[in-house]
Ligand binder design. Structure first.
Ligand SMILES: NC(=O)c1ccc[n+]([C@@H]2O[C@H](COP(=O)([O-])OP(=O)(O)OC[C@H]3O[C@@H](n4cnc5c(N)ncnc54)[C@H](O)[C@@H]3O)[C@@H](O)[C@H]2O)c1
Length: 339
């Protein structure tokens, strides 16, 4: 399967299926150097396979996890690019989950004012969400994705066989982004999650979620309006993620929690809670509301006292509502247990 992303100044293909990594061969040139950025959890056989398609390449591995989206790691990767003699015509290949995609994309966007990059996402989260749309970023202290750019890859290779080694908790956590896509823009995708054997439809889930993201990003590449709906669940989700030092709960898990507060209909809220429980996503996470509110206030999406939050009134329909911090706090208090 193939999806073409068509933006004003760039278009690129996303290949989905088993063994799509093989398609990389058609994209590499013997004349160019390839900087393969990955992390130490990615199976060596996969890394070597990618390298085998590139005549000139180097492999650079960072530590797994969110801490690698830091200035220190960013600097180290840029230094390694320089040491390998990467020129403007050379290419970075991001092989890994959302951390590698965000970090690698940001390096590519800024090294020598921008070099090409290709993405091979290896987690459900990155296959469904982070590898397309062009948002690349690193974190600054506890503030997530605050330093970044809009920068698109030349091609994305979503290979479902790479998920074989991904721990189940990561698989489920990443799927929350697809549940989110269904809730905001595609009721038929949401319906799949109501089925007990939804995992049998993994490829359809990823495909439909990507179509949602494609439609949104093509209409609003730089997030001036519609694209903000993709942030459904993220305002409070980021707050909880940061409250736990970006360590205890996964990104998708926190987004799942964050969505619950912004579902208007109580019946829908209960239904989504049941789906999340079935996905083994924790739905009763304790936190101190005042501290999470402080983090939210620092969030980059905050405009003075208001934050544009995304609300869903029925599956497949989202809208943006500017809320005061006190109103967000009231929404959390309505259905939350203090730590
Ligand atoms: N740019 C965007 O639009 C966007 C959207 C959503 C999330 N994000 C970002 O994505 C990041 C989270 O992404 P993630 O959940 O993929 O996290 P991740 O990259 O940390 O990967 C999760 C874990 O799985 C391991 N791993 C990855 N692929 C594997 C494989 N095939 N086999 C075995 N282990 C594997 C990693 O080493 C890591 O330990 C966050 O930083 C978040 O901010 C970005």
């Amino acid at each position: 399967m193939e999806i073409q992303i068509q933006l004003q100044h760039k278009s690129y293909p996303i290949y989905l299926g088993n063994h799509t990594i093989d398609k990389l061969q058609a994209y590499v040139s013997d004349e160019k150097k390839y900087f393969i950025l990955t992390d130490t959890n990615i199976p060596e056989s996969l890394v070597r396979q990618v390298q085998s398609y590139c005549k000139q390449s180097t492999i650079y591995k960072v530590e797994p996890g969110e801490n690698s989206k830091s200035f220190a790691t960013y600097k180290a990767v840029c230094e390694a690019c320089l040491a390998y003699g990467m020129q403007r015509s050379d290419v970075l290949i991001a092989l890994g989950g959302g951390v590698i995609g965000d970090l690698g994309g940001f390096v590519a966007s800024s090294y020598m004012r921008g070099i090409s990059f290709m993405s091979i996402p290896t987690t459900t989260l990155s296959q469904i969400d982070s590898s397309i749309g062009g948002k690349v970023a690193i974190n600054l202290d506890h503030v997530k994705n605050i330093i970044g750019a809009f920068y698109h890859p030349d091609a994305v290779f979503i290979d479902f066989t790479t998920l074989a080694t991904l721990p189940k908790r990561h698989i489920q956590s990443g799927l929350v982004e697809a549940l989110k896509a269904g809730l905001i823009h595609d009721a038929s995708l949401y319906e799949i999650f109501k089925q007990p054997d939804y995992m049998d439809q993994l490829e359809t889930i990823v495909f439909k979620a990507l179509l949602v993201k494609k439609a949104v990003v093509e209409q609003d590449e730089k997030e001036s309006g519609l694209r903000k709906t993709l942030n459904f669940g993220h305002t409070i989700g980021h707050g909880i993620e940061a409250y736990y030092d970006l360590k205890t709960y996964y990104h998708g898990e926190c987004v799942g929690l964050g969505m619950l507060y912004f579902l208007e209909d109580q019946k829908l809220q209960e239904q989504v809670k049941t789906i999340l429980q079935h996905m083994q996503i924790p739905v009763d996470v304790p936190f101190e509301i005042s501290k999470v509110m402080q983090i939210i206030a620092k969030d980059k999406k905050a405009k003075q006292t208001h934050i544009d939050v995304v609300r869903v009134d029925q599956p497949g329909h989202a809208y943006i509502q500017p809320l005061e911090l006190s109103e967000i706090q009231a929404l959390i208090e309505r259905s939350h247990h203090e730590k």
